[in-house]
Design a protein. Structure first.
Length: 265
C-alpha cells in the first residue's frame, strides 16, 4: 500500500530546484525490457485553459494526454455540481482539435452526477445519453472502444457489470496500482488527491510506485495551477514528464495506448 506520509522539507525543496526528486533514483535501477511500469495521469473535468496547457506540455515530450470531459459541461444551462467546477470548460470543437493532435478524449459522465445515488435505470440512462453525445460530437468516437471515467470515481457492482458490455473499460475508485495490461482487462482503478495543490503528493506516490514491483499506476488529476480540485502546477508537470521520459523502464501512456500496446517497447 502507498505511504501517505508528507514529504520532508528537503524532499519538498527538490520539487522546486534543479535536483531531481525521489523519482530520479528509480532511473538507476536495471531496466526491464520492454518496460516494467506504466503511468497514466488522467485529467478530469475538461477545464479549457488547463486542457490546452496540459496538451502543450505532453506534446513537448512526444506524449498524448488523457483528458476526460463532461458531455454537457459546455452548454449554457449546465448546472455546476460543486464549486470545483466553476472554471470555463472546453467544447467539442476543442476536443476534436485535441483528438486530431493525438490526445485521448474520453467521457466523464453526462452531468458529473454521482451515479451510485441514482436508481440503476436512471444511471444507465445517464451513461447512454453521455455516450450518445460523444458519438455525435467527437470525431471517430466509438462507445465500444471507449473508457468511461466515473464521476467522483463512484460506481457499483451492478452498474459495472452492465457497463462492461457498453464500453471497452471504465475507471473507478480503488488501488492506484493496476496489473500490467492484459487481454480482457476492463475494470481500472485509481487514486486522487485534493482539494489543495498536489505536486508533493503526486511526486511521493509516483516515487513509491517506481520503487515497487511492475504495475500500471493510474492517478486521477484535474486542472492545472489554479483550476479544479487538487490542481497540479504546470511547472511541476513539465518537470515530471521530463524525468519520466528519461527512465527506460517507464511508459507514460493513455489508457487506450496501454490497452492497445501491451507488448510494445
Amino acid at each position: 500500500m502507498m505511504k501517505n506520509d508528507r514529504l520532508s522539507r528537503r524532499d519538498a525543496l527538490k520539487l522546486l530546484g534543479a535536483v531531481p526528486s525521489a523519482l530520479s533514483a528509480s532511473g538507476c535501477r536495471s531496466s526491464v525490457k520492454p518496460y516494467s511500469h506504466i503511468i497514466t495521469l488522467s485529467f478530469d473535468d475538461g477545464f479549457e485553459k488547463s486542457s490546452i496547457e496540459t496538451a502543450r506540455i505532453y506534446e513537448k515530450y512526444g506524449l498524448s494526454a488523457s483528458l476526460n470531459v463532461i458531455a454537457t459541461a459546455h452548454q449554457k444551462d449546465f448546472v455546476l455540481p460543486n464549486e470545483y467546477h466553476r472554471w470555463p470548460v472546453g467544447d467539442f470543437k476543442l476536443w476534436n482539435d485535441l483528438v486530431a493532435r493525438g490526445h485521448e478524449i474520453m467521457p466523464h459522465g453526462l452531468k458529473h452526477e454521482d451515479l451510485t445515488k441514482c436508481g440503476i435505470a436512471e444511471a444507465q440512462d445517464s451513461i447512454n445519453r453521455c455516450l450518445d453525445i460523444f458519438s455525435r460530437e467527437l470525431t471517430g468516437f466509438d462507445p465500444g472502444g471507449s473508457i468511461f471515467n466515473f464521476p467522483y470515481n463512484a460506481s457499483s457492482p451492478e452498474l459495472e457489470e452492465w457497463l462492461k458490455s457498453r464500453v471497452r473499460a471504465f475507471r473507478t475508485s480503488g488501488s492506484a496500482v493496476n496489473p500490467l495490461p492484459f487481454r480482457g482487462q476492463y475494470r481500472l482503478t485509481c487514486v486522487s488527491s485534493g482539494p489543495e495543490a498536489i505536486d508533493g503528493k503526486l511526486d511521493s506516490i509516483l516515487a513509491e510506485f517506481l520503487k515497487g514491483p511492475p504495475g500500471w499506476l493510474i492517478f486521477n488529476a484535474h486542472g492545472l495551477d489554479d483550476e479544479g480540485w487538487g490542481p497540479v502546477s504546470s511547472l511541476f508537470l513539465d518537470g515530471l514528464l521530463g524525468r519520466l521520459c528519461r527512465m527506460p523502464e517507464v511508459r507514460v501512456w493513455t489508457v487506450s495506448k496501454a490497452l492497445n500496446l501491451t507488448a510494445s517497447a
